[in-house]
Design a binder for this molecule. Structure first.
Ligand code: FMN
Length: 183
């Protein structure tokens, strides 16, 4: 199987997940790792399975990734899987994680699913995890989202650890599962 791992990453979090998926895919398949800027929608047609990754921007996939999705043909032969990193806590990390994730990151999932539905793309699933926020994003979260110094300290102590080793292991598991379903 020919596998493409294509990703958009500004500060390296999504890139770590992309490299992990690529390493997993390379064990048994011909795999290629590319940044979004180095591909176009036609590139995907050369592959059997495409893992498409993005940093989460404004609660959604980053604009270059949305652009590629929009340009994809209808009923392509490749299968698609998604991954993204976000600075928002996940439901597993915090009791308010579900509400925060719904507000600040869940459109990433909606975008993958709605484009796949519209274009009849065989979408096999997605993986996401937290990624450490850059300084400007930290300033935004501190002033607009966290409600106290204590909440902020708890948040940033955790967020700085991601993607963690466990996140990378889960990304490998995800890649293995998607590839076994797609063979
Ligand atoms: C312009 C911008 C907007 C962002 N908006 C969100 C957001 O709405 N929700 C969120 O969870 N994270 C948001 N983030 C944080 C990133 O998604 C997060 O830090 C991610 O791991 C960055 O991935 P990268 O290192 O691959 O660029 C934003 C980051 C940037 C730069």
């Amino acid at each position: 199987m020919k596998v493409l791992v294509a990703y958009y990453s500004e500060t390296g979090n999504t890139e770590k997940i992309a490299k992990t998926i690529y390493e997993e895919a390379s064990k048994e398949h011909e795999a290629h790792l590319k940044r979004i800027k180095d591909i176009n929608a036609d590139t995907l047609n050369d592959y059997d399975l495409v893992f498409l990754g993005s940093a989460c921007h404004s609660a959604d996939l980053a604009a270059p990734v949305k652009k590629i999705l929009k340009a994809l043909p209808k009923s392509p032969k490749f299968k698609l899987a998604g991954f993204f990193t976000h600075s928002t806590l996940t439901p597993e990390q915090n009791e308010h994680g579900q509400a925060l994730f719904d507000e600040w990151a869940s459109k990433c999932i909606d975008s993958f699913e709605s484009v796949s539905g519209e274009k009849r793309i065989d979408f096999r699933g997605y993986y996401h995890c937290q990624g450490a926020p850059s300084l400007p994003i930290q300033a935004f979260i501190r002033s607009e989202i966290t409600k106290s110094d204590d909440e902020w300290e708890t948040y940033i102590r955790e967020a700085r650890k991601h993607p963690s080793q466990e996140d990378l292991e889960k990304a490998s598991d995800f890649a293995r599962k998607i590839m076994s379903m797609s063979n």
